[in-house]
Ligand binder design. Sequence first.
Ligand SMILES: NC(=O)c1ccc[n+]([C@@H]2O[C@H](COP(=O)([O-])OP(=O)(O)OC[C@H]3O[C@@H](n4cnc5c(N)ncnc54)[C@H](O)[C@@H]3O)[C@@H](O)[C@H]2O)c1
Length: 333
Amino acid sequence: MKIALIGCGKQAEKHISGLRAAGVDNIVVADSNMDAAISLSEAQQLTIATVEDAITDPDVAAVDICTPTSSHVDLVKFAIENGKDWICEKPLSNTLQEAKELETLTTEKNLIGMVGFIYRFAPAFEEASRIFKGSGNSAVLGNVNSVSFRIGGRGGHRLWKHMKDERGGAINEMLVHMLDLAIWYFGEVKSVEIQELDLRRPVRNVEGLRREVDAEDYVAVKVLTESGVTVNLQADLITPAFTQFMEVQGDNGSFFGSIQKEFPNYVFLISPSGGYKPGYNQIEFVTTKLFDVQMRAFVRAIRSRNAPCRSTVADSVRVMEAMQLIKDACTAK
Ligand SMILES: NC(=O)c1ccc[n+]([C@@H]2O[C@H](COP(=O)([O-])OP(=O)(O)OC[C@H]3O[C@@H](n4cnc5c(N)ncnc54)[C@H](O)[C@@H]3O)[C@@H](O)[C@H]2O)c1
């Protein structure tokens, strides 16, 4: 199988490692910046092409898009026009309308589409999907009373990640991952309330220079799901030590999970349920390379012609429905 990887920046190396773990060695890389493509092709011993040649290559089965968010839709459409299966980094699009259009085009051509919501492959969050099963009444924790997700980091190495017009900022870069998990666990979003929306570090070091930036770097949102669960989401680009976790309180106990091995992952129960004993139950943190698992799922979907096991285009349409509510609420604020 030959795959074209578009966008030779930070994510590309992780995707290449994942593709290789999935048994795909025939990878052609392309970037609108030729220097970036040459440098990655040399470092990874891969062939190189222009973006157009890579996507139209008749031997290429699928396209892997690792470019900035503002370019996703055009590149996915071009891949679909050329009959290629595709995986695209998150978030899929800028608007809900675009996500729906990509879903329709992918379905019409019977193609495989997947979006890079990597948190869905973290062991603690996979376990959480079994515990919550898309509803507010978990068989294990009982009625869910309180949910908080937090994700914070310094923000990316590139200026576009801090600029509004280029679709950077804490919402697109960080919050969207937590929103995706919230929808996976508790169902579609009914309404949102923006609690805080801020730019706290308007001047910051990016790409080795002092830069003025304009995208939000702190956001707190209260989300109400169709299943009646209230989820508090907080995301930022101001946290020096990357920090991510989820905590849930139910009538029968607590859940705490993170993508980071520095944090505990546990279920605490009052009464035994779902194979868990009363008291603390440690969830084993298996150190897997999440991108390897994600890319294996993509390659498996291509080979079997079945939809990917998670992070489908339909999932992203639901995420973009909620993102649209959040963006509208931010504009109104
Ligand atoms: N899943 C995750 O955990 C995760 C983490 C970080 C970033 N991301 C996402 O991955 C994507 C890429 O992020 P990154 O950190 O690799 O960015 P980056 O800026 O490091 O790399 C992007 C590359 O794409 C190239 N590019 C830009 N526009 C292009 C176009 N139209 N055609 C071809 N090449 C183009 C740039 O020249 C650059 O080399 C973004 O959507 C981002 O949100 C996901």
